[in-house]
Ligand binder design. Structure first.
Ligand code: SF4
Length: 223
């Protein structure tokens, strides 16, 4: 039985670009709408021209790519209640499901089998005060084997972002228990600068580049 309708921006097949799953072919389900207004948002187009699609049809299209993983992303996917049964259903069908969320909303109700990639927004985003730190507690209280389904992503645009991130990681001890991916905002900061800061501070983060932006033109949709 259908779990409902969702406002969809696009469903496409690409290479997963920014998480510990980077490099894998992946089916993406991009939900429309966000409204957080991050400075430098690279998916602002997800705010407009949504298509209302039934969950079963979304699943049919995503599965049709025969990719090793399926990512639910946005916009902000957690804004739409029908996303929760969608993710559960994909898990029940045996798929590896990733969720990429802006980190403003709680992930408490997300099926625990879903791999949660949670943004921590730094000061240059203009919205760092909206980070929902409850998500760190939820991860810390999770039990094996689901503890491994949480990871964090910080996109650094300038040195101030890096210092903010370093301080947060020291206070929260996040890197002791979870993977923290740290990357540069494309075109804002040279990767070599971030690499040198990380090495100099002996920070236990995993550096990443937004792979899809190196493979295809950085402003291209559907990749
Ligand atoms: S949370 Fe993501 S989609 Fe929403 S405004 Fe920020 S960067 Fe854009």
């Amino acid at each position: 039985m259908s779990a409902g309708l969702l406002n969809i921006s696009e469903i496409f097949h690409s290479i997963q670009g920014e998480s510990s799953f980077a490099g894998w072919p992946c089916a993406f389900i991009r939900l429309a709408g966000c409204g957080h207004g991050c400075i430098g948002c690279d998916t602002a187009y997800a705010e407009s021209n949504p298509k209302l699609i039934d969950t079963e049809e979304i699943i049919r299209q995503a599965i049709g790519f025969h990719a090793p993983c399926i990512e639910v992303t946005g916009g902000e996917p957690l804004l739409q209640p029908a996303v929760y049964p969608l993710m559960k259903r994909l898990c029940d069908l045996g798929h590896t499901v990733l969720l990429e969320t802006g980190g403003f909303l709680s992930v408490a109700e997300v099926d625990q089998r879903v791999h949660k990639i949670i943004d921590l927004k730094p000061p240059s985003s203009g919205v760092s005060l909206k980070n929902n730190y409850e998500n760190i507690c939820i991860a810390q209280e999770s039990l094996p084997p689901y503890r491994n389904t949480f990871e964090y992503k910080i996109v650094i645009a300038e040195k101030n972002d890096y210092e903010w991130a370093k301080s947060l990681l020291l206070k929260s001890r996040l890197t002791e228990y979870f993977t923290v991916m740290m990357g540069v905002a494309f075109g804002e900061l040279e990767p070599v600068e971030l690499a040198e800061w990380i090495l100099s501070d002996r920070l236990k983060v995993r550096m990443q580049l937004q792979l899809h932006k190196y493979i295809w033109p950085p402003d291209m949709r559907g990749v």
